[in-house]
Design a protein around this ligand. Structure first.
Ligand code: SF4
Ligand code: SF4
Length: 418
């Protein structure tokens, strides 16, 4: 193990602050399900006193959203998310991956296979999905029972045309490249449309690199480091020599993965060449709202949409990328803003967490829904499509389809005239 990673958690002083902020611990109230407990388990593992060989110990480490709330709260900068990632890698070594995560890795490693799977699901959507389920964002329940996905789960429809099929690079001397992320590429293309519209209104050239791979986050967070490394190398090799100022990554989780987890991933493999490349590559990665805020006159162009909105901070935007004030400032120029309580509390999605632990995931979301309702806003705005998927479903379950969900980019686009 790389010493740079090991010392991250040796600093834990058992203060328990992580217990007071962890959304999972708030529901389960048991030490093994919080950062301090994870650290104790990993310390015992390193000393050779414990291994993650029981089903129960698997549960301790996978029932974590990797929301990084504990990382932010920890006074000693113990790498509490790193601990979970390392332990999950050990669990995969011992137990292998569940079947659906094996299939997911195979698909995510191959863009052609991803495109084909998405196209097939789109063509078969009349057989797979109930149409027009009434939600605050269009999403549909399944008609049939699929393995690993609850039948009543609401899923966004697959777009007939992906972001990569829809758009080409535009303009001359482009200094930004756009990385949409799989969720926006295949389902929430409208969020990508909004960003493209905004760039055209601002007359900004851009590159779209169609050979980009999945960032690897769902694979890496599952503990499958070997396949995540393949994807990370592909993306670094593709973008490393591009003459751009920024790689604008539309999904906060993808941005966070590429900016912070790629360098860490190569440390696990002691790969000095790619630690260096990933660290340099990381400097160019930026969130689209932060990009617009820092580099354009977008704020002066916004017009009041007449909407009353509240804002949810995506974990991988606020906590890892430190983007908190920029979206709020822009929203205040485009709408009447109502700050909700605990705006930065995790929505409970956590990627595959919402598949593996659906009841717990929805329980965590329900607390967020109460805060949204108490804000009296008519629209929920956020900067992450996974949060939109989670919270629009939770709003539907709570009987509040009247509250619409928008991405910050969609609100900005609307404010500029649509
Ligand atoms: S907040 Fe940090 S130092 Fe305190 S118990 Fe949790 S991990 Fe350890
Ligand atoms: S990452 Fe989030 S869910 Fe996991 S232990 Fe930390 S606060 Fe809890």
């Amino acid at each position: 193990m790389d010493e740079r990673l090991k010392k991250e958690w040796e600093s834990c002083v058992k203060c328990g602050l992580c217990r007071s902020v962890c959304p999972v611990f708030k529901e389960l109230r048991q030490e093994p399900f919080v950062a301090r407990g994870h650290i104790s388990l990993l310390s015992e593992f390193i000393k050779g006193n414990f291994d993650f060989d029981s089903e129960k110990s698997k549960d301790y480490l996978y029932k974590c959203l990797l929301c990084t709330t504990c990382v932010e709260a920890c006074p000693n900068d113990s790498g509490t998310d790193t601990i979970v990632e390392i332990a999950r890698r050990r669990i995969v070594e011992l137990h292998g991956l569940p079947l659906y995560k094996k299939v997911m890795a195979k698909i995510l490693l191959n863009r052609n296979l991803m495109d084909l799977s998405a196209l097939s699901a789109n063509l078969l959507s009349v057989f797979l999905f109930n149409k027009n389920t009434n939600t605050s964002r269009q999403s549909n329940s399944l008609k049939i029972k699929l393995p690993f996905v609850d039948k009543d789960r609401l899923l966004p429809p697959l777009a007939p045309k992906t972001f990569y099929h829809k758009y080409e690079s535009y303009g001359k001397n482009a200094k930004i490249s756009i990385f949409p992320g799989c969720l926006i590429n295949y389902t929430y293309v409208k969020i990508g449309d909004a960003f493209i519209n905004i760039l055209h209104k601002l007359n900004i050239s851009y590159l779209i690199e169609k050979k980009a791979s999945c960032c690897g986050a769902p694979i890496y967070f599952s503990g499958n480091f070997d396949d995540a490394k393949i994807l990370a190398k592909r993306n670094i090799d593709l973008f490393y020599n591009q003459d751009i100022d920024y790689l604008v990554v539309l999904e906060p989780t993808c941005a966070s993965m590429m900016k912070f987890d790629y360098p860490k991933l190569f440390m696990y493999f002691d790969d000095e060449e790619y630690i260096k490349k990933a660290t340099e590559f990381a400097e160019k990665i930026i969130d689209p709202v932060k990009y617009l805020y820092d580099n354009t006159d977008i704020k002066d162009r916004l017009k009041d949409t007449g909407l009353t909105v509240t804002y949810h901070d995506p974990c991988h935007l606020k906590r890892t990328q430190k983007v908190k004030n920029e979206p709020r400032d822009l929203i205040k120029h485009a709408a009447k803003f109502k700050e909700m309580k605990e705006a930065d509390r995790c929505c409970g999605n956590g990627g595959t967490f919402s598949i593996d632990y659906r009841d717990l995931s929805l329980k965590i979301a329900s607390r967020k829904i109460n805060n949204i309702l108490n804000s009296k806003a008519q629209v929920l705005v956020t900067g992450c499509s996974a949060c939109i998927m989670q919270l629009s479903e939770a709003l539907h379950i709570a009987g509040h389809d009247e509250i619409k969900t928008l991405h910050t980019l969609e609100l900005i686009d609307k404010s500029l005239g649509g």
